[in-house]
Write a protein that binds this ligand. Structure first.
Ligand SMILES: [Zn+2]
Length: 56
């Protein structure tokens, strides 16, 4: 079974919506760090947003 990690910092990621997300940012991502914070920001289409998890 593969493990999900944040593709920027390499910390483990969990398939849980982040607890620091606020509605004006748009729909919450499905993934967060294991402490509940959103994944590290990276350049995404249209600006900066949380990165996608990477499976190792
Ligand atoms: Zn991260």
């Amino acid at each position: 079974m593969s493990q999900a990690v944040c593709s920027v910092c390499g910390e483990p990621a969990q398939q849980v919506q982040p607890n620091d997300w606020i509605a004006p940012w748009g729909p919450p991502p499905d993934w967060s760090h294991t402490d509940g914070s959103s994944l590290c920001p990276t350049m995404v289409t249209g600006g900066v947003g949380p990165c996608e998890p990477e499976f190792i």
